[in-house]
Design a protein around this ligand. Structure first.
Ligand SMILES: [Zn+2]
Ligand SMILES: [Zn+2]
Length: 278
């Protein structure tokens, strides 16, 4: 008898990008091939949604690119048909204070095209705090002020809802800047997680944090514990901006999630949650 390799759970990567966002590389079929070799059951394509008009235009597709995006998703789905990986259509959209009506208006006519949506905060005011090109702007705001505004916005975003997955929820730690009073930040985020849990919003374990100076999955362990206690379900996301990052460090993320207490993670098919083993 040959020793058979340990079974790899068929997981879902719900956070990946395409070159349409202007800061990702690789062809869609290369992401699919990476998903196949990682043994994934689902590959969620979740590129940056182009709304409101003109917002963050350098780092996302233009509204006029949306038909092309849906075309990419359709042909990827065709290519994947009959294979082990199911393609999920998604988008990552942002909280933009004062302009959420425009965002939801832009989403409404295409919402039925998506299996699920990721909700993210990438800006504090006009400051793209996660942009490595803007590192020298941190002193203009100050670390605690960035976190303070970020958490207010995250709270407001969860209050509005309209998305299935709360993405990289402690993103301002990306370059290693953590709030001075970490305990009180954890308490504030725990409160946000309780609101999210009540709305059925999942928490994303995002492994991109392991590829940046924070050197830690988003969100940090104390926050994972708070989310578990709040009753949130989780998703796994690599935040791949190139094919080789698909399913990045998922064994490590799954082990972390299991150590906190989760036994499953979630995929969304046409908005319906599907529980998968970790
Ligand atoms: Zn991106
Ligand atoms: Zn993001």
């Amino acid at each position: 008898m040959n020793a058979s390799p340990a079974a790899v759970p068929a997981r879902a990567d719900l956070h990946t990008h395409t070159a349409l966002c202007k800061h990702a590389s690789g062809l869609p079929h290369e992401y699919l091939a990476a998903a196949q070799s990682a043994g994934l059951a689902y590959l969620g394509v979740s590129d940056h949604f182009p709304a409101p008009a003109g917002y963050d235009a350098e780092f996302r597709m233009a509204p006029s690119d949306l038909p092309r995006y849906f075309e990419i998703l359709r042909s990827l789905r065709e290519e994947a048909a009959g294979g082990p990986v199911q393609i999920l259509a998604a988008a990552e959209f942002d909280y933009v204070p004062g302009r959420m009506d425009e965002v939801f208006d832009a989403l409404a006519p295409v919402r039925s095209e998506f299996d699920y949506l990721l909700g993210s905060v990438h800006y504090v005011g006009d400051f793209a705090f996660d942009d490595p090109g803007k590192l020298d702007e941190w002193p203009r705001f100050g670390v605690d002020a960035v976190w303070d505004v970020y958490l207010n916005d995250l709270d407001a975003f969860v209050g509005l809802g309209g998305f299935n997955v709360l993405a990289h929820s402690d993103l301002p730690k990306k370059f290693g800047f953590r709030p001075t009073d970490y305990e009180s930040a954890v308490r504030r985020i725990s409160e946000i997680y309780r609101k999210a849990a009540a709305k059925g919003i999942c928490l994303e374990l995002n492994t991109a944090g392991l590829r940046v100076p924070a050197d830690e999955i988003y969100p940090a362990l104390p926050l994972l514990r708070a989310a578990f206690e709040a009753g949130m379900q989780i998703t796994l996301g690599s935040d791949a901006h190139k094919p080789e990052h698909v399913a990045y460090a998922f064994d490590r993320a799954a082990a972390l999630a299991r150590s906190v207490g989760w036994t499953t993670h979630t995929a969304f098919v046409k908005g319906e949650p599907v529980a998968l083993p970790l």
